[in-house]
Design a protein. Structure first.
Ligand code: HAM
Length: 473
């Protein structure tokens, strides 16, 4: 037995279905926003992250998995994906013709040597988007609104969007000077990390989580007092547009983000599960005005983006029962009554699979009772039984496991028969009140919650019948 490496975890079986569901939902939504998929390497040159995420960030100073390869090159397992995406956009000259913007989405593993705790792993997965070639504050709004509506689509209500502006270079220069002055008289009493941060980049002190230091940080100057008119105007345009879109936010002037490449708008999505658990930010991002130029792209080219932690999304969605719509069952379970019928079972299995029915077969010589038990465990819609009579008549017994009705069906009619049964089943659901609209006449009942916060489908309607059973109007 080998133990997992600390801070890593297996994503298997039903858990993996949940990851796929979350990733697919985000990918499909990103396609609506006209983002294109980018797959970049997990290993990059270490200096890419030193340059972009920044030498003064905790990520570069303490958390990177860096090693020398056999050719003595310093390589790092990516701690985040933005830098690799921008490197790829620049290397592939996608901005060279000034055909802005380039819109990328990505999903994959990241690595940070952090102290493992709830929602914090050493290997974790991110989904994210980047917009390279931003020339309007409304592109920032596009990125923020993508994150907001994508999280809504996954079922998150009562999201908290925290937003702030770090301003342009001049705003931050003035702000840094003010912070340097302020912290000069406190830095000796602060933690060793903050002493280091004071020398490297005083802004990073604002990220310190140590209680005693936070007391000092509380009274530090605020960035909002140092924004230039241009930055104020940019930020206001973003806020006005969020208002127009009905996206609620909270301005948090302590939000500075831990990566060095940000300028102007930065944001984080927070959420507390119904169990009262919070796993840190579900997703976060912001604008970057220098990153593209620093990685070798056009000097004046700006960008913005965001990334979400899939582990955190899945944990909160599990807590809040937001995976009820994942169908992990199969269509057919084939049950040969004797081992000698296995070849026939395999032929039928192939026919079904090639016709789009998710199917499994019993080849372990189990009893009929044990096979039925397995069919239920697999959440099969139909049990298909093959015995001697069926072989002789080239037929199969189809038992519908939801209503327990069974019929003998000729193999040549099997696909048509199963299609019609499944259609009839779906027809029933279409008439069901679940597909109707609720009182507000806006939300589909399926996606709404009742007064007690329970999912409507599993609740009772006014007549005290189950919503699912009631036929439309
Ligand atoms: P970040 O805030 O470092 O930003 O990470 C984004 C998200 O990844 C976090 O909100 C969190 O959900 C998840 N995450 C981060 N660290 C861990 C961890 N150790 N375990 C589990 N989940 C984690 C970035 O990475 C930026 N690249 C975002 C961005 C994109 N900014 C502009 N474009």
């Amino acid at each position: 037995m080998f133990n997992l490496v600390k801070g890593t975890h297996d994503i298997i079986l039903n858990e993996a279905d949940k990851y796929t569901y979350v990733e697919q939902t985000l990918i499909q939504f990103a396609e609506f926003y006209n983002f294109k998929e980018f797959r970049t390497p997990i290993i990059e040159s270490s200096d890419l992250f030193q340059r972009s995420v920044g030498d003064s960030s905790d990520i570069v100073r303490k958390e990177m998995y860096t090693f020398l390869d056999k050719g003595d090159r310093s390589i790092t397992l990516r701690p985040e994906i933005t830098a690799g995406i921008i490197r790829s956009i620049v290397n592939n000259k996608l901005l060279a013709l000034g055909d802005y913007p380039v819109k990328a989405y990505y999903v994959g593993p990241c690595f940070r040597y952090e102290r493992p705790q709830q929602g914090r792993y050493r290997q974790f997965n991110q989904f994210g988007i980047e917009i390279a070639g931003v020339t309007s504050p409304y592109r920032d709004v596009e990125a923020i609104s993508f994150g907001y509506f994508a999280l809504k689509l996954l079922g998150f209500e009562n999201l908290k969007l925290k937003i702030n502006s770090l301003g342009d270079d001049e705003s931050r220069k003035n702000y840094r000077e003010a912070l340097n002055k302020y912290f000069a008289s406190y830095v000796d009493q602060m933690c060793d990390d903050c002493k280091e941060r004071y020398k490297l980049n005083v802004l990073r002190i604002l990220d310190c989580k140590i209680k005693e230091d936070q007391e000092i940080i509380k009274n530090a100057p605020k960035i909002s007092d140092y924004l230039t008119d241009k930055s104020k105007d940019y930020f206001q345009k973003v806020l006005n547009s969020l208002d127009e879109l009905g996206i609620e936010y909270e301005i948090d002037d302590g939000l500075v983000r831990g990566l060095d490449y940000y300028s102007d708008v930065v944001f984080e999505f927070h959420y507390t599960s119904s169990k009262g658990l919070s796993y840190g930010a579900l997703g976060a991002g912001g604008h970057y005005n220098k990153l593209i130029g620093e990685i070798g792209g056009p000097k004046d080219c700006e960008g913005c983006g965001l990334a979400m932690g899939i582990e955190r999304l899945v944990s909160v969605m599990e807590d809040d029962g937001l995976f009820s719509n994942i169908d992990d069952g199969i269509d057919c379970y084939i049950m040969p009554l004797s081992q000698e019928f296995q070849p026939n079972a395999l032929n039928i299995l192939s026919l079904l699979r090639l016709n789009g029915f998710k199917s499994e077969v019993s080849l372990e010589g189990k009893s009929l009772k044990a096979m039925f038990k397995k069919a239920l465990k697999l959440n099969a819609k139909f049990a298909l039984i093959i015995g001697e009579d069926e072989i002789k008549t080239n037929s199969i017994i189809c038992k519908n496991l939801s209503n327990q009705e069974q019929e003998s069906i000729l193999i040549e009619d099997l696909v048509r028969y199963l299609d019609s049964q499944i259609d009839a089943e779906e027809e029933h659901h279409h008439e069901c009140c679940c597909h109707d609209h609720n009182e507000s006449d806006k939300d589909c009942c399926c996606h709404a919650h009742d007064d007690e916060g329970k999912h409507c489908c599993h609740n009772q309607n006014e007549d005290h019948e189950c919503c699912r059973e009631k036929k439309g109007n």
